[in-house]
Design a binder for this molecule. Structure first.
Ligand code: ADP
Length: 221
């Protein structure tokens, strides 16, 4: 079942941006921070914003945290509090617990405690930006495994007006264009055929081995 109600603990840069984005997407968000200013800043913008210490079990119980679908521990540098909060959320029975880690060891500890998903925002963003810097047409990517990925690329002007058959990514590079997103009215084309055309500025979604995508990016894009 998809999560509908979230509790975000720690309303620093990461936590507040996550909480606000979830609100924007139409979900209910309870924000908790022990810093009064941070709570006041978000008071009107979250479903509820509460000033509390998230390591205090009785407070967390009284806030009804256990009834929420997903808890995100976005406590920054204080590893001890982050770990204690994650344990508490698990013990309270929050179905899905996500926690931000600031180091590999911190991440490992969170995993051992049964946290469902550990994220490393700074590290992951660093990796992402590095890829985007060397491939200017790269908008986003997903690592499917160690060897395979999906990338979202802007169609460069050298491919403008060419059909997928002419570009022949599968034959030449071994990767496939699985979707196109046109700027115009046509919108998204899922599983385009050899007779679909590429236009500069459209977005193409490509799947393949890292090696095939690297070659496609280097030689064609
Ligand atoms: P970021 O890098 O995302 O800005 P910060 O370290 O600035 O991270 O923010 C973490 C937030 O977590 C701070 O606002 C801090 O007040 C809050 N926080 C830390 N420990 C607790 C706790 N035990 N209970 C509630 N909030 C906490």
């Amino acid at each position: 079942m998809k999560a509908q109600q979230f509790v975000v603990i720690g309303l620093g840069r990461f936590g507040s941006s996550l909480a606000l984005e979830l609100m924007e997407m139409g979900y209910e968000v309870l924000g908790i921070d022990h810093n009064e200013e941070r709570v006041e800043e978000l008071n009107d913008r979250l479903t509820h914003a509460v000033m509390a210490d998230a390591t205090d079990e009785s407070v967390m119980r009284s806030l009804g945290v256990r009834n929420l679908d997903c808890g995100i521990v976005a406590i920054g540098d204080d590893m001890e509090r982050s770990i204690l909060t994650a344990i508490l959320l698990k013990e309270l029975g929050v179905k899905m617990v996500v926690a931000k880690a600031i180091s590999i060891l911190h991440g490992r500890a969170l995993e051992r405690l049964g946290v469902d998903r550990v994220i490393f925002p700074e590290r992951d963003m660093g990796v992402r930006v590095a890829h985007q810097l060397v491939t200017p047409h790269l908008l986003d990517y997903i690592e499917l495994s160690k060897d395979y990925r999906i990338v979202e690329l802007t169609v460069p002007s050298c491919m403008d007006g060419k059909s997928l058959a002419a570009i022949n990514t599968r034959g030449k590079y071994g990767c496939s264009i699985i979707a196109l997103n046109r700027k115009g009215e046509e919108g998204v084309i899922v599983a385009p055929t050899a007779h679909d055309y590429l236009y500069a500025g459209d977005i193409m979604v490509v799947i393949g081995s890292n090696e095939s995508i690297d070659r496609f990016e280097e030689e064609a894009v």
